[in-house]
Design a protein around this ligand. Structure first.
Ligand SMILES: Nc1ncnc2c1ncn2[C@@H]1O[C@H](COS(=O)(=O)NC(=O)C[C@H](N)c2cccc(Br)c2)[C@@H](O)[C@H]1O
Length: 523
């Protein structure tokens, strides 16, 4: 039976293409059980995909049946994602760190035909009676095979779902972002055509598998015939271990959220000078505080630093080189313009397109790589996949990102913040990023985060700071005076609390909900 149309866009087909051209090239470099770095060639990866496909096929799963894949990023995990793609089984990646309740919510929402866990991911006694399997470099074994079902589909098409990523969803219950093969393959082709990664690169990916930054690393590394170097948490928890791992693996491009660099920049920035093979860094997920970014630029002299902007609903939207050097006057980073094949348009609150520089509008993304919709949530989908604001008559939908930005004179975009994080303090719009960039200018402060906490029917601004020298006493009054000079009254934090570290989400972004709890209890 013809499983997939060889001419259609399929994630497995696209990412294994190098196996035909350069079968013996390393597809993945990862530590083996003894911790020794080993290379998995494209041929070996393709063989593992075949082995998993042969094990999955007899289960009689139908195109569109979901498979939850619980694993750290690894060669086996990549092979599992590709085997699912080959059979038209949308994969739902979750990391072993995902808390039981969240995994349970995802299992109950997507009702997968199979929950496949990588060897080493420890067992959870979940109140979920579904079908499970285990997989690793030695193969795939089903513990509770799914009951055979009648297949209704004959082929895997480009419009079929490749994966569903559950975002933490800044508000309310997690939403499943459904991405088709065509969306993700078109996006990867465009980004690789723009020259972000070349086939001589060794791409280090540091995000957990449930964050699409990890899928991005897999996609651009394999799609360009380069080598993927997944970096496990055990190699990220100390600056020295991280630098040694990246150096030993011969990494040339590092992917990670800004917080990845915070510990080494704070404790031992000189270590970064040992990364002489690193030619480029791609960061994404939130704004990179400029003081820290300048320090990173100094340490990785000559490396290309790329500000990657975008949302899971299209994987990403733009990749913008950080100016080298980053001048001291520069106050914010550009998110440039959309990658080739896409376009970002600013729309103001009355629905008119913004073309004048300096005027804030909401970014609307026009792209062939938009998601299909939120899993089982047509209402939430209709909120963000909206008719083209320029002319709804075409029937084209665009992604309403919820992000605010303005254009400069060269028609480049500057990120201002999330529309839903526009906090109102006594009726004034406050941009938390502005407060944070002032706090980060305090000499003793290495990084800062601001948030609002409800107080007696209104909201007050509170801030947390991480000090260069954790032992030094923090002079809150001096810091508050500095804010009084730099910030208008309604933007001044009520309290500024020293913290050991900024609280982070599972994906490594600043967790402002947790921050609010920390700074209020620390009062
Ligand atoms: N570079 C920035 N400056 C500032 N604010 C950013 C940046 N990148 C995001 N954001 C914010 O994060 C939101 C989206 O969050 S998300 O859906 O979890 N996706 C992400 O974070 C990651 C994103 N899918 C991604 C994945 C792979 C490569 C790239 Br390149 C980007 C955006 O809507 C923005 O508000």
């Amino acid at each position: 039976m013809e499983l997939h149309d060889p001419t259609a866009d399929n994630l497995c087909q696209y990412l294994l293409a190098p196996a035909a051209r350069t079968p013996d090239k390393a597809a993945v470099v990862e530590p083996d059980e003894t911790g020794t770095l080993t290379e998995v060639s494209y041929r070996q990866l393709a063989a593992l995909v075949d082995e998993y496909t042969r094990a999955l096929e007899p289960l009689g799963l139908d195109v569109g049946d979901r498979v939850v894949v619980e694993a750290h990023s690894s060669a086996a995990a990549v092979a599992m994602l590709l085997a699912c793609s080959k059979l038209g089984l949308p994969f739902v990646p979750v990391s072993p760190q995902t808390p039981d309740n969240r995994l349970l919510a995802i299992l109950r929402s997507v009702e997968p035909a199979l929950h496949a866990r990588a060897d080493g991911a420890d067992r959870r006694d979940l109140p979920w009676a579904g079908d499970t399997a285990r997989f690793g470099r030695s193969g795939l074994t089903t513990e509770h095979p799914p009951a055979p079902r009648t297949r209704r589909r004959r082929r895997v098409l480009a419009v079929d779902t490749a994966y569903i990523i559950f975002t933490s969803g800044s508000t309310g219950r997690p939403k499943g972002v459904v991405m088709s093969h065509r969306a993700i393959v078109t996006f990867l082709r465009a980004v690789i055509a723009d020259g972000l990664v070349g086939d001589t690169d060794r791409v280090a990916s540091t995000s957990p598998l449930q964050f699409d930054f990890a899928l991005f690393g897999i996609g651009v590394a394999l799609g360009s015939g380069a080598t993927l170097v997944p970096v496990g948490r055990e190699n990220l928890d100390s600056p020295r271990r991280m630098v040694n791992f990246l150096r030993d693996a011969g990494v040339t491009q590092v992917h990670g959220v800004p917080s990845l660099w915070r510990p080494v920049l704070r404790h031992d920035p000189e270590l970064l000078k040992r990364l002489d093979k690193v030619r480029s860094v791609v960061f994404a997920g939130e704004s990179f505080p400029l003081a820290e970014l300048r320090r990173l630029q100094e340490m990785l002299a000559g490396a290309r630093l790329v500000n990657g902007y975008g949302a899971t609903e299209s994987m990403a939207a733009s990749f913008t080189d950080v100016p080298d050097p980053l001048s001291a006057e520069q106050r914010s980073l550009s998110i440039g313009r959309a990658h080739s094949g896409a376009e970002m348009t600013l729309v103001d609150t009355s629905g008119r397109v913004v073309t004048r520089p300096g005027v804030v509008g909401e970014i609307h993304l026009r792209s062939p790589s938009l998601f299909s919709g939120y899993w089982d949530d047509p209402q939430a989908t209709a909120q963000v996949l909206v008719p083209d604001p320029l002319d709804p008559r075409h029937g084209q939908v665009v992604l309403r990102t919820g992000d605010l930005a303005y254009l400069d004179e060269r028609n480049e975009l500057y990120f201002v913040g999330r529309a839903d994080s526009q906090v109102q303090i006594r009726g004034n719009r406050v941009e938390l990023g502005d407060v944070e960039s002032v706090l980060a200018q305090l000499p003793a402060v290495t990084s800062a985060a601001a948030t609002i906490v409800p107080r007696g029917g209104d909201h007050v601004l509170m801030a947390g700071v991480v000090l260069d020298d954790a032992a030094a006493p923090f002079d809150e009054d001096a810091a508050l005076d500095f804010c009084a000079q730099e910030l208008s009254a309604y933007m001044r934090p009520r309290r500024i609390r020293p913290l050991a570290d900024l609280p982070l989400t599972e994906n490594g972004k600043v967790d402002r909900v947790l921050l609010a709890r920390l700074v209020t209890t620390a009062v």
